[in-house]
Design a protein around this ligand. Structure first.
Ligand code: GRF
Length: 193
């Protein structure tokens, strides 16, 4: 399977760490749009194949960027793509080509807070809990069938960074659990707490 990231890739590292033994999947490629992404260096150190396609030369031509992505993915014959901190929006065209085989983790209790700055928005709304969601990727941003959700309490005085750190711990538990089940062909949602 392939893992897409743009930054440090803590979720990617959690997924890779779990793909051992009787896990039905193995990490075949770590991909990024950012050559300096810490996750790329880490993957190389683990002997995992990596690929980078910088989105900037393509400007607003998302289909051309995505065609270049598919070109570097093709030789790896991937069965599943996991988006893990990948910060580029993918078009309907790209997503349709991976329909049913691409999943993502989002740092909110979807359908609440699609998009960015989820923790800031949850705090501003006075929510008493927050969390993360793993879902199948479909054409609409942060939509798609739910595959898992984990909840955490919001504590008095939380900053967005406090809440992000608390949620990230759960992401690293939930995403590997969901991938293990999804890779075995089981889409039964997992709910933590
Ligand atoms: C996390 O909040 C994750 O939910 C979101 O990107 C953030 C960084 O993830 N997708 P990672 O540490 O790069 O895996």
């Amino acid at each position: 399977m392939g893992i897409f990231l743009s930054g440090g890739g803590s979720n990617m590292r959690a997924l890779v760490a779990d793909m051992t033994g009787d896990h039905p999947a193995r990490p075949a490629l770590v991909f990024s749009n950012n050559a300096d992404a810490g996750g790329i260096a880490w993957a190389k150190g683990q002997g995992i194949a990596t690929a980078v396609v910088d989105h900037r030369p393509f400007g607003n031509d998302r289909p051309a960027f995505e065609a270049a992505i598919n070109a570097v993915l093709a030789p790896h014959a991937l069965d599943i793509i996991c988006l893990a901190g990948f910060m580029r929006v993918l078009t309907k065209g790209f997503v349709s080509g991976w329909q049913g085989r691409m999943i993502n983790i989002h740092p909110s209790l979807l359908p609440k807070y699609r998009g960015l700055n989820t923790h800031t928005r949850a705090l501003a709304a006075g929510d008493c809990e927050a969390g993360c969601t793993v879902h199948e990727v479909t054409a609409e941003l942060d939509e798609g069938p739910l595959l898992g959700q984990a909840r955490v309490p919001v504590e008095a005085g939380d900053t967005p960074a406090d809440l992000a750190a608390r949620v990230l711990v759960q992401e690293h538990i939930l995403y590997p659990m969901v991938l293990r089940r999804f890779a075995a062909g089981d889409k039964t949602p997992i709910y933590l707490r």
